[in-house]
Design a protein around this ligand. Structure first.
Ligand code: ZN
Ligand code: ZN
Length: 160
């Protein structure tokens, strides 16, 4: 049986997608940046996915829509979205997920089902005081924190 990933909060069916894209565009504009049509479409692709997408996955979807797409343009778009905090990088699978709360920088906790690949992000409002303490002890300035938690989602446990 093919596992069907469940949808995370805010991930569809398409309701709210345009609103989130408009919010992202507004956020960029407020920072003097521009969410170009390509960047917007790349963000949309990542938003629509239930699981972390690699640059190659995005490239394939774009290529289907508009023919050959130069890989560097997709990498640059993903880097831009990353810099703006609109997506998070999931190092363990070398992919990207849309940020669930772009209003301010935060430490992200990603709960990734190792069975179906579904990923849900929880944005932590407050930094972990223990982490801050450790960083201070190392005289280390934290720029971003992404915690990747792996396990099995409720659906996959029910299917077992
Ligand atoms: Zn986030
Ligand atoms: Zn699962």
């Amino acid at each position: 049986m093919t596992p069907t990933p469940d949808r995370g909060p805010d991930r569809g069916p398409d309701r709210g997608l345009d609103r989130r894209l408009d919010q992202a565009a507004e956020l960029c504009r407020a920072r003097g940046q521009s969410l170009t049509p390509l960047r917007r479409r790349v963000l949309e692709i990542v938003l629509e996915a239930d699981r972390p997408l690699g640059a190659y996955d995005v490239l394939e979807i774009l290529a289907e829509e508009r023919g050959r797409v130069a890989p560097p343009t997709v990498y640059r778009s993903l880097d831009f979205l990353l810099d703006q905090g609109l997506v998070h990088k999931v190092l363990s699978v070398n992919g990207f997920v849309a940020c669930s709360d772009t209003a301010r920088p935060h430490a992200a906790e990603l709960f990734i089902c190792r069975h179906c690949g579904n990923a849900v992000e929880v944005a932590r409002k407050a930094a972990d005081p223990r982490l801050e303490e450790t960083a201070a002890g190392l005289d280390f300035a934290i720029e971003s924190v992404v915690l990747e938690v792996r396990g099995r989602c409720a659906d996959c446990r029910a299917d077992a």
